[in-house]
Design a protein around this ligand. Structure first.
Ligand code: ADP
Ligand code: MG
Length: 716
């Protein structure tokens, strides 16, 4: 095939107003604008919702009741039948095979349009009424233009006063006048992936000759949307990384790997899960490279993420670098501090200043609660390089904290630690003439892989999709009526009697804060004199001062108050292995991810455990949510269901770049393969060149549809 002219670019069509079309006068233009269609590109990306297959031209005698088809027939008789209220035009039409009645209600003009002797095409389902074969209000085609085709049905807008056929007409004109389209995807990739070219795609979606054309066109245009998104995230990543000097963790690159990591693993009383082994390998391989690591570690509650973090921190310390672990709350920071002391505290690092050249690996905790004296001391040790690992909240990464040899930042439970924070961290390090640390982000609220690859395209994803052996899945029950719910309270009493613990999560209260705290306190009072009478009940909510929170958690952990009545503050990270029951009141209010997180507070030991979701009978999405939680404890599966239920909005922030460009493509399961293909093509085409010098068409298109390169830093 000879290469034709370069063809239309989407950016050119974006600059043409729909008003340039002959069929589009000022009134129509205004109406289209109300539907958000201002450019020719907007028009051409207004895709049909469905098609009406009008190809079949049948004989009158062949028509089957209930089935729609076109017939070509001559009007034999036409008359106006007076009837109560509405006017009825009745025709008798016939072809060589037979005759039938055609009835129009309130369409008196049909008498003029279809006088006796007219030949026309009629389309509609055949009805049999009192033994008479007839079509009621059929579509009529006098010129035979619309028949014999697959007719696109556009999203018409009644409010704006734009009908499907008007859009169809304008699209026809636009396509005729646009001619061939330029294609940013090279022929080699198209044929490898079985993608039709742009020209075929636009004509196939708007005027397919076969339904298969429309399907192929949709796939290609959906692919293009995903490709643009992938190109966008890859470019951002390249810009972010251009010229960055990362830390090379030599221990990770050493033959046989990091000695400290080996020692850490050898001391464990258990074997790693396969997923942990893979994750640690991936993380250490990243750390050995000069390019800063940016990896997301997704793993369900209890999958053992802390150990992966500990291995990375040990490797970091072995090379004389400092590692930071950031937690979302002080309680969690303290918990991590304890875990890391246990895991890393007995390891030794080299220190030329120390006696014998070695000293114990030092782990510190930096929170707002630290008394001033201790804080100063800690900061001094950090500055002097005597602390290898520091755990804290995000306050650790402020300029007041000097980390002269920062090599690794681990962020727990915050996958929104995004581009902006990363850029800031980099800027700070570079301003000080230092290398950019590696970054490991951990989350127990996984994002489906397809979505992660798109939204978080600038990071690598590792999944811990395996729980340590011996864990028993939390038995989850949705209890609808007070008599069913009695089972939950009975279970709480039984488990408490065995020396175990239970959480009761109170309903959400509008405006949260003080009102919610008050409601939780009231619920505790109520339970104390009703279902849970005689059991000491603790109370935990966000309004308590830090020391009272801590006291409440300690009393619960030690069993002095074996039941903790709480708000959703227990959602993240609270770790009391003796807890075996979770009761969630008014569970329909909570989202899937939140309920899954709450449930993660129990089942943290080998004991059997239960999660009771209290909610009266529900319908629709809420019902599906609770049923999903009953059916599975797999966070990845639940994340997929959440995405199916709530759509892309759950993972794409409202201001996410490219969101409005997703018209055909979906990040849901159905397009998983397409996302991966778009990713591969994007990686190939972008290469190491964020300016896309070799791909001007693609650059032009991504800039135009996703809003230019100006914002490559500091967004997301
Ligand atoms: P999470 O992924 O929720 O952060 P943790 O890292 O807190 O999980 O691990 C949960 C518990 O499982 C901890 O008590 C930890 O010691 C234990 N654990 C981690 N890995 C394993 C393993 N491979 N085998 C047995 N227990 C493990
Ligand atoms: Mg954790």
């Amino acid at each position: 095939m000879v290469e034709g002219p370069p063809g239309r670019r989407l950016s050119q069509l974006a600059r043409l107003e729909v008003g340039v079309l002959q069929g589009c006068g000022p009134v129509r233009q205004r109406r289209l604008a109300e539907m958000g269609v201002t450019s020719v590109l907007d028009l051409l990306t207004t895709y049909p919702l469905r098609y009406r297959d009008q190809r079949r031209l049948a004989q009158v005698a062949e028509l089957v009741p209930g089935e729609a088809a076109w017939v070509r027939a001559v009007v034999r008789r036409a008359r106006l039948v007076p009837s109560r209220g509405r006017q009825r035009v009745e025709l008798v039409v016939a072809d060589s095979s037979g005759a039938l009645t055609v009835t129009f209600f309130n369409q008196r003009f049909r008498l003029r349009q279809l006088p006796e002797g007219t030949e026309a095409l009629f389309y509609g389902p055949l009805q049999v009424f009192r033994g008479r074969r007839q079509l009621t209000n059929p579509q009529v085609d006098l010129e035979g233009r619309r028949s014999g085709r697959i007719a696109p049905q556009y999203p018409a807008s009644e409010r704006a006063g734009v009908a499907s056929w008007e859009i169809a007409q304008l699209v026809e004109e636009a396509l005729d006048r646009a001619g061939r389209f330029a294609d940013p995807v090279p022929e080699a990739w198209r044929s490898r992936l079985g993608l039709v070219d742009r020209t075929q795609a636009f004509s196939g979606i708007h005027r397919p000759e076969r339904l298969r054309d429309a399907a192929l066109a949709r796939r290609r245009l959906a692919f293009d949307e995903l490709l643009r998104l992938q190109v966008d995230v890859l470019r951002r990543r390249l810009v972010l990384e251009a010229g960055t000097r990362g830390v090379v963790h030599r221990a990770a690159a050493a033959p046989g790997g990091s000695a400290l990591v080996r020692e850490l693993l050898a001391r464990l009383p258990f074997a790693l899960t396969g997923a942990q082994e893979r994750a640690i390998d991936q993380v250490l391989a990243d750390m050995a490279r000069p390019r800063p690591m940016h990896r997301l570690l997704q793993g369900d509650v209890g999958s053992g993420k802390t150990l992966v973090a500990a291995a990375a921190l040990a490797c970091c310390a072995e090379g004389g670098y400092q590692g930071v672990l950031l937690a979302p709350t002080e309680v969690l920071a303290e918990q991590h501090h304890r875990s890391l002391l246990r895991l890393l505290g007995e390891l030794e690092v080299e220190d030329p200043g120390a006696l014998g050249g070695r000293r114990p690996l030092a782990v510190g905790l930096l929170t707002g609660r630290l008394p001033a004296g201790q804080r100063r001391q800690l900061l001094e040790r950090l500055e002097a390089g005597q602390l290898d690992v520091v755990v804290g909240t995000h306050a650790v990464l402020t300029p007041a904290v000097e980390l002269p040899r920062l090599g690794l930042v681990v962020v727990d439970e915050q996958h929104r630690f995004g581009v902006a924070q990363r850029a800031e961290l980099r800027a700070r390090q570079e301003a000080a003439g230092r290398a950019v640390p590696d970054l490991l982000v951990m989350t127990a609220t996984p994002i489906p892989r397809t979505a992660a690859m798109t939204v978080l395209g600038d990071l690598e994803v590792t999944e811990l999709d395996e729980l340590p052996p011996g864990r028993q899945p939390v038995e989850t029950r949705w209890l609808r009526t007070p008599s069913e719910q009695a089972e939950a309270w009975e279970r709480v009493r039984q488990e408490v009697a065995k020396g175990h613990r239970a959480y009761v999560v109170c309903p959400l209260v509008a405006d949260g804060g003080a009102k919610e705290a008050k409601a939780a306190a009231a619920e505790r009072e109520r339970l104390a004199s009703a279902e849970l009478a005689g059991i000491p009940l603790g109370l935990l909510h966000g309004q308590l001062p830090a020391d009272e929170k801590e006291a409440a958690l300690a009393a619960f952990a030690e069993g002095r108050t074996p039941v903790l009545v709480a708000t959703t503050v227990v959602e993240v990270g609270v770790d009391v292995p003796e807890a075996t029951v979770m009761v969630v009141e008014d569970a329909g209010q909570f989202g899937i991810a939140q309920l899954h997180q709450l449930r993660g507070r129990v089942g943290r030991s080998a004991r059997p455990s239960w999660c009771y979701l209290l909610a009266s009978e529900l319908t629709g999405e809420t019902r599906t949510r609770l049923e999903a939680l009953e059916a599975t404890t797999d966070g990845f599966a639940l994340a997929e269901i959440d995405l199916e239920l709530r759509g892309e909005g759950t993972v794409l922030g409202t201001r996410q770049r490219g969101r409005s460009d997703l018209k055909l493509a979906s990040l849901r399961r159905k397009h998983r393969g397409l996302v991966a293909q778009a990713r591969a093509v994007a990686e190939d085409l972008v290469g190491e060149d964020p300016d896309l010098t070799a791909q001007p068409l693609l650059r032009d298109e991504v800039d135009c549809l996703l809003g230019g390169t100006g914002a490559y830093l500091g967004t997301g």
